[in-house]
Design a protein. Structure first.
Ligand code: EPU
Length: 341
């Protein structure tokens, strides 16, 4: 029998530590429990809400009239093992970084640059998590989902997931329709590539490492993230608060010509990605205190809840930052974490 709790504090399930209550809450350990949850939700005239690690989400302070399901489906099953690659099917509730660590010690490459990212395996495809040149979409073969509308289980191929920069079907038409059950990855048995990132390259030079192993790459990423990103268990945050905006290449070129410290990332001839962290810092906001929230002093892309911030505070500070950056650069930032209100 599924154990359903009532009026559960949202704060405890969101790394920004803000939120009201979930009307109903239950933990899901297998597919069968999803059927039970659907019945309970129907009986109580409420909707299901899937919860991962809560590390990329901002909640309202109100009572959310939902049955929140904390995904705890586990599993790490090798489906295929060849000389070149391994196909592995992983339960959506597995901790992401534990999975990454397991791939690294097994000498399998493909997700090592995504070390130290908080959250669950099943949450990573939703926003197509990416860092240091890797995105989860690059290793995902397929995703097993439960279709709430049609009451069946199906497999979505990588293409069907419609992955893009910080985006997928699960943020759009698949939202509130699919529950991610397992994710199948293809990992390679080959010498890993060193991420083409200045911070990573610097780390290897400083540590006298010429041809890093997978474990050395993982350790480098853990170190670099540790410096730039606050541990959400200690400092309440949800990682990058803004997406890196994609702007007209002519505007990016103008900015770059006036600022030698700016690195931009061309997407195609007309579009260029500009780091939001740089824009916020240059707008004078790095470390700035907005009362209940601050811009993190080591990385302007991160908003920190100083302790008692409310949902309204987050929205107000977000809008102030967007306005200041827009006034200075003519670029409109877009928030990165999902908002549930
Ligand atoms: N920068 C500044 N000031 C800052 C922060 C950054 O000038 O306060 C500059 C850096 O000097 C660098 C550029 O901005 O030239 C880019 O910074 P960085 O390489 O640290 O990465 P990012 O663009 O800030 C993105 C992801 C991160 C991911 C890193 C590493 C987004 C929105 N964020 O950040 O993802 O870890 O790249 O690849 O794409 C997350 O999504 O929560 C997240 C942390």
């Amino acid at each position: 029998m599924l154990q359903v709790q009532e009026n559960v504090d949202i704060k405890d399930y969101c790394t920004l530590h803000i939120g009201g209550k979930f009307r109903y809450f239950a933990t899901i350990k297998n597919k069968e429990e999803i059927n039970e949850a659907i019945e309970i939700a129907q009986k109580n005239n409420t909707k299901l809400f899937m919860l991962g690690g809560g590390s990329n989400i901002v909640f309202t302070d109100k009572v959310l009239d939902v049955l929140a399901l904390k995904m705890e489906i586990s599993g790490f099953d090798i489906i295929e093992n060849t000389d070149e690659y391994v196909i592995v099917k992983v339960g959506a509730g597995e901790n992401w970084d534990t999975f990454v660590s397991r791939t690294v010690v097994s000498n399998l490459s493909g997700v090592e640059a995504l070390s130290s990212i908080p959250g669950t395996v099943g949450a990573t495809p939703v926003q197509n998590v990416g860092a240091y040149g890797q995105e989860v979409k690059d290793t995902i073969v397929s995703i097993e989902v439960f279709d709430i509308e049609n009451n069946n289980t199906l497999n979505l191929t990588n293409l069907e997931c419609k992955f893009a920069y910080r985006d997928s079907i699960f943020k759009n038409e698949g939202k509130n329709k699919y529950i991610i059950l397992t994710v199948t990855f293809k990992l390679l048995k080959k010498i890993p590539e060193i991420p083409h990132y200045i911070d990573v390259k610097k780390y290897f030079i400083q540590n006298n490492i010429n041809t890093p192993s997978l474990l050395e790459i993982r350790n480098a990423i853990i170190h670099i993230r540790g410096v730039k990103l606050p541990d959400p268990k200690v400092i309440f945050n949800v990682g990058s608060f803004f997406k890196n905006p994609i702007v007209d290449s002519s505007l990016a070129k103008k900015l770059k010509n006036n600022n030698t410290d700016l690195t931009v990332y061309p997407i195609d001839e007309e579009h260029t990605k500009v780091p939001a962290g740089w824009l916020i810092e240059k707008a004078g906001l790095k470390g700035k205190n907005f009362g209940p929230l601050s811009v993190y002093n080591k990385n302007a892309l991160v908003l920190v809840n100083n302790g008692n911030a409310t949902y309204e505070d987050v929205i107000s500070v977000r809008d102030q930052i967007i306005k200041i950056v827009k006034d200075k650069f003519g670029i409109t930032l877009e928030q990165e974490p999902e908002i549930i209100k």
